[in-house]
Design a binder for this molecule. Structure first.
Ligand SMILES: [Fe+2]
Ligand SMILES: [Fe+2]
Length: 181
């Protein structure tokens, strides 16, 4: 799949009909300015996961509408996590462990009209296997897959690994280690 899928996405009328009401919501739109990974905003990442999930589910005859919506909302967490890396938190309270629960709570709050068991489960279980309970529905499995495939860019920069592993305090140590080499 092409990395920049914007044009392909925007010209897919069926997909856009499903996701546009969420994309245009002001609370969701804020995420356009939130850095999520090294090269993408949260808005872009969520849209990419949603579209890949939609395509896979449609091809397989699964519920592509629920897949698209859950994919779009899977990371609908509370605040830009990369701006709060210095905040001291217990390991299991780090972003990687808690943001799926935040995404579910926010999805229920801002988009109650879309919620059903499949969508809710797919959002809250998307961090499997980091969060150890797996998704219950096929569409949820597709989201965990799409999310990981589309997040591979975080592996390219070794210096960024600590923060993705919930070990932001080691970032400077890793950076100076690579400077020495
Ligand atoms: Fe996530
Ligand atoms: Fe994600």
């Amino acid at each position: 799949m092409k990395k920049n899928i914007t044009e392909e996405v925007l010209s897919d009328d069926e997909f856009m009909d499903i996701v546009t009401p969420i994309l245009e919501n002001s609370e969701f739109y804020k995420r356009k300015k939130w850095q999520h990974h090294e090269h993408s905003s949260l808005y872009e990442h969520s849209l990419a996961v949603s579209y890949l999930t939609y395509k896979i589910c449609k091809k397989r005859g699964w519920n592509y509408k629920d897949g698209a919506i859950a994919g779009l909302l899977h990371d609908f967490y509370n605040k830009p996590w990369q701006e709060n890396l210095d905040e001291k938190k217990p390991f299991f309270k780090q972003h990687g462990f808690v943001h799926a629960g935040e995404a579910l709570a926010n999805s229920r709050k801002y988009f109650p009209q879309y919620m059903n068991k499949r969508i809710e489960n797919s959002i809250v279980r998307h961090m499997f296997p980091l969060n150890i309970i797996p998704p219950k529905y096929k569409e949820g499995w597709v989201i965990t897959y799409a999310d990981k495939v589309l997040s591979l860019d975080v592996l390219i920069d070794v210096k960024a690994w600590p923060k993705y592993l919930g070990l932001a305090r080691f970032t400077n140590k890793v950076k100076s280690f690579f400077k020495r080499k």
